[in-house]
Design a protein around this ligand. Structure first.
Ligand code: 26V
Length: 830
């Protein structure tokens, strides 16, 4: 029997008695066709099987997409929920095949078909490259939201850019990070659907012409064309889908024909290359303001194409311009798409002929904004001169918005010119050596009807610190929506064994209603269940141990405590504090190898922004410490440190289910929310964490006694800093800490090179802005409590169950339901 026949037979044993069987048969036929088209004489390899399966799924998704769009278009004027347009420069989707198969209920049929080919489903799934079009938490949140949009049946579009190279690939050479482009589209993307009929012009540069009657017309110097590529995200419990529409930039005229005919090929292709540059990279930098023209062009491009698409759809569906804001929500995922209000005003006034007041009313209704960080260096501002050169009409409009806004402020707070300077959309240059800049957060707030933070503490600090003045002006705009994660990817898909265990106890309903996990709370003390949980964890740890061995050639024991910190490398996230603990433990083990140590494997993964030297130095230190610790025969299984390269969504799906301990140790008041923290607890890891971000709400949901909380709280951090923080005092007082710092400074981990970590040590002993020295002792005390509990497996398992049972509230379905209720419903406009 040939391979394709085997496939079909394995898939169509039963007669097509119901819809699921019909779908499975259609899938089998599509798969067979796809494989035949690829015509591989030696039988299909895993790669072609993956691509064939994806194409076959895509066909069914496209059908669901058409039905969803029809239903949404027919909703009528009275619909209570607006269509949501989620604008984001980042969507960290990861792989799509396992999710699509689960949603379409095709996983069992494909598994059977692959078996007939002598292949395992998991091996085939592994062949799919990650769509890594995001830096970190903000991008992954957007991906979880798309999943929840589909699941909740929300009429919606996610809008992003189709970067040709996603987040850079991280390699490690000699313990240092090296970046290379992630050529994820090299072999084509089996999921995307090119929509050549959806093309919009996007202008840059040029000048603004004042027409008779005072109307403005922008005459751009350069015009690019935005082309749409759709990626379809299925619901798991209905046939609804959500859409991620990603824009690709092309030149208006592909080549300059005249130059071509004259034989000047470089000149002929100049426009083409300039346009294509917008498609190349996702800015791999969430730590510094990327003062780059290209980034601003990307932002303007995303915004303009998306809004033109929205307006065209609204009009095509018979909507009147006046009702545009009542029927459509435009959400800004941080300030990266903050040009949206200016572009919407331009489109409504210059292209559609509305007056200012009407256009502004629509804009204010439509726009809402989420802030994702309090780090002042991540607050976007752009030089006015860059606007003048690239976006002159937008600058006009921003000036006019500002003029009207400041007039209102002056009326309400006469004489307070300090306030005016602070809240103005334009920074007049004091802070940046004389350069005037546009403040994108200010623009977002002034143009929005709602502004939110992403966890309770963050939302509170947001209105007390960076946005205090705006909160005084518009208190009703500000609110909190705590983040969540999709249980379909982060429990069902990532941890099938735990999912099965939970199903057996409380049923399958948690996939749709994560609150049902609370039913585990009364079962937490059930020793039998605890043992089953530990067996699941143990199997997941064996898989991770195998991966560590494959990747690093390092053997770790699955019996040891797996202590995990995976996230972007950033000083405020304090991976360095984690490493200091590893060094302290190492020194203690060497001093007393015979003591009864609780064996630990510390796992770290994450990328550093390419220009962020301190973060890169932390990566190098982790590797240096790992080399010394892992090769010291006195240590053995008592301590291992594994740094896994090239962290991403798929790696997280393997690591998280295998973790015993989740490190969420940011300086209090710095991590807006965190979402990794939620994924770990959902998978039965215990958290060692500071009173920061969503850790706080998690502790409240599961009971604070089920978390290892340590460290200074936000107010104490502020107080210590106000009093004049001196990190040296903590080092002098704590012999253990002193030994750790000395060892780094003396070159114990750098072959005697005392220069390698001088800057790092100087910073710790000098300003230590994230208070590692102040929190060190308490962190080690918390780690000792972790050791003690780990030695009591039953007590540990009980706590793990209480963690899982408390995580019901942290589903992105709940998060999206709150956005709908408070931001995106028609009712929220009143
Ligand atoms: C800023 C910039 C500046 C220009 C270059 C590119 C770039 C990319 C990202 C950012 C801001 C990143 C902010 C961010 O990722 N915040 C994270 O958002 C998560 C979701 O709300 C939250 O869980 C994390 O705590 C927060 O750090």
């Amino acid at each position: 029997m040939n391979n394709t026949l085997a496939t079909r037979n394995a898939m169509s044993k039963k007669p097509a008695s119901d819809a699921a069987d019909l779908a499975a048969q259609a899938f089998a036929t599509a798969l067979e066709r796809e494989l035949a088209q690829r015509g591989l004489p030696g039988g299909p390899d895993r790669d072609s099987l993956m691509r064939a399966a994806a194409s076959a799924c895509r066909e069914q998704l496209a059908r669901r997409w058409a039905v969803t769009q029809q239903a949404d278009a027919a909703r009528g004027e009275a619909a209570a929920v607006r269509r949501v347009h989620y604008l984001s420069m980042e969507f960290l989707m990861g792989r799509a095949l396992a999710n699509a198969l689960a949603a379409l209920q095709l996983d069992a049929p494909l598994r059977a078909a692959l078996l007939a080919q002598g292949q395992s489903l998991s091996d085939v799934l592994e062949r799919e490259p990650d769509a890594a079009l995001g830096n970190g938490g903000l991008g992954r949140l957007a991906a979880c939201f798309l999943d929840s949009f589909a699941e909740l049946g929300l009429p919606s579009f996610g809008y992003g850019l189709r970067y040709q190279y996603g987040m850079f690939a991280q390699g490690i050479q000699g313990g240092r990070q090296v970046e290379s482009p992630d050529d994820w589209l090299r072999a084509g993307n089996p999921w995307e659907i090119h929509r050549p009929e959806l093309r919009y012009p996007v202008g840059f540069g040029g000048r603004v012409q004042v027409e008779e009657g005072g109307a403005r017309r922008w005459l751009p110097a350069e015009t690019l064309v935005a082309e749409a590529y759709d990626f379809i995200v299925p619901a798991h419990h209905s046939e609804r889908v959500s859409t991620l529409r990603q824009w690709h930039a092309a030149a208006e005229a592909p080549i300059d024909f005249k130059a071509f005919c004259q034989g000047d090929y470089a000149a002929a292709a100049k426009h083409r290359v300039a346009a294509d540059a917008l498609n190349w990279v996702l800015y791999p930098d969430d730590s510094t303001e990327a003062g780059r023209e290209l980034r601003l062009k990307q932002e303007a491009f995303l915004v303009s194409a998306s809004l033109q698409d929205l307006i065209q759809r609204h009009l095509r569906e018979g909507g009147e311009l006046r009702s545009l804001g009542r029927r459509n929500a435009i959400h800004l995922n941080d300030t990266h798409p903050a040009l949206a209000p200016a572009e919407l005003m331009r489109l409504l006034m210059d292209e559609q002929g509305l007056g200012w007041d009407e256009a502004w009313a629509i804009t204010r209704q439509a726009i809402s904004y989420t802030n994702h960080t309090l780090m002042p260096e991540a607050l976007e501002t752009w030089p006015v001169r860059m606007f003048e050169a690239l976006l002159p009409r937008h600058l006009d409009i921003i000036y006019e918005i500002n003029h009207r806004f400041l007039a209102e402020v002056r009326q309400r707070f006469p004489g307070d010119e300090g306030l005016i300077a602070r809240v103005s959309l334009i920074d007049e240059g004091g802070a940046y050596g004389g350069e005037r800049r546009v403040r994108m957060a200010a623009l977002s707030i002034v143009a929005s009807h709602r502004v939110n933070g992403v966890a309770a503490l963050h939302s509170e600090l947001m209105v007390q610190t960076i946005f205090a003045d705006y909160a005084r002006l518009f208190p009703e705009r500000f609110h909190n929506v705590t983040n969540g994660v999709t249980p379909r990817r982060w429990l069902q898909q990532a941890n099938p064994a735990l999912s099965a265990l939970i199903d057996a106890r409380i049923g399958r309903g948690w996939r749709q209603d994560l609150g049902q996990l609370a039913q585990l709370k009364p079962l937490a003390a059930d020793v039998g269940l605890g043992r089953e949980l530990q067996a699941v964890k143990r199997a997941n740890k064996e898989k991770l141990a195998a991966l560590i061995r494959r990747e690093l050639g390092l053997v770790v024991s699955p019996d040891s405590l797996f202590d995990v910190q995976i996230k972007r490398i950033h000083e405020y996230k304090r991976q360095l504090l984690n490493i200091l603990h590893v060094i302290a433990r190492y020194q203690a083990i060497v001093a007393n190898p015979g003591a009864d140590w609780t064996p630990r494997t510390v796992v770290i993964a994450g990328k550093a922004a390419s220009a962020y030297q301190m973060a890169k130095s932390i990566i190098q230190l982790a590797h240096d410490v790992a080399r010394v610790v892992n090769s010291d025969p006195r240590v053995g299984d008592k301590l291992k440190l594994a740094y896994l390269p090239n962290y991403g969504v798929s790696l997280a799906e393997t690591i998280i289910p295998a973790a015993d301990l989740s490190e969420q140790i940011s300086t209090a008041g710095t991590e807006a929310s965190g979402t990794g923290n939620m994924k770990f607890a959902l998978n039965g890891a215990l958290t060692i964490g500071t009173w920061d971000g969503a850790n706080i709400e998690m502790a409240e949901a599961m009971g604070v006694e089920n978390m290892f909380v340590f460290g200074l709280r936000t107010e104490a951090v502020a107080q210590i800093k106000a009093l004049g923080y001196d990190p040296r005092l903590y080092v002098e007082e704590n012999l253990q800490l002193k030994r750790v710092i000395d060892a780094i400074a003396q070159g114990d981990f750098s072959n005697g090179d005392t220069g390698r970590y001088r800057a790092l040590v100087d910073k710790l002993l000098g300003s230590d802005p994230y208070l590692l020295m102040a929190d060190f002792a308490d962190y080690l005390a918390a780690q000792a409590r972790v050791d003690a509990l780990f030695r009591q497996p039953e007590a540990w398992a009980e706590r793990a169950l209480r963690n899982i049972g408390g995580m019901g509230w942290f589903s992105s379905d709940r998060t999206i339901a709150e956005y709908v209720d408070r931001v995106w419903s028609v009712q929220s406009l009143r």
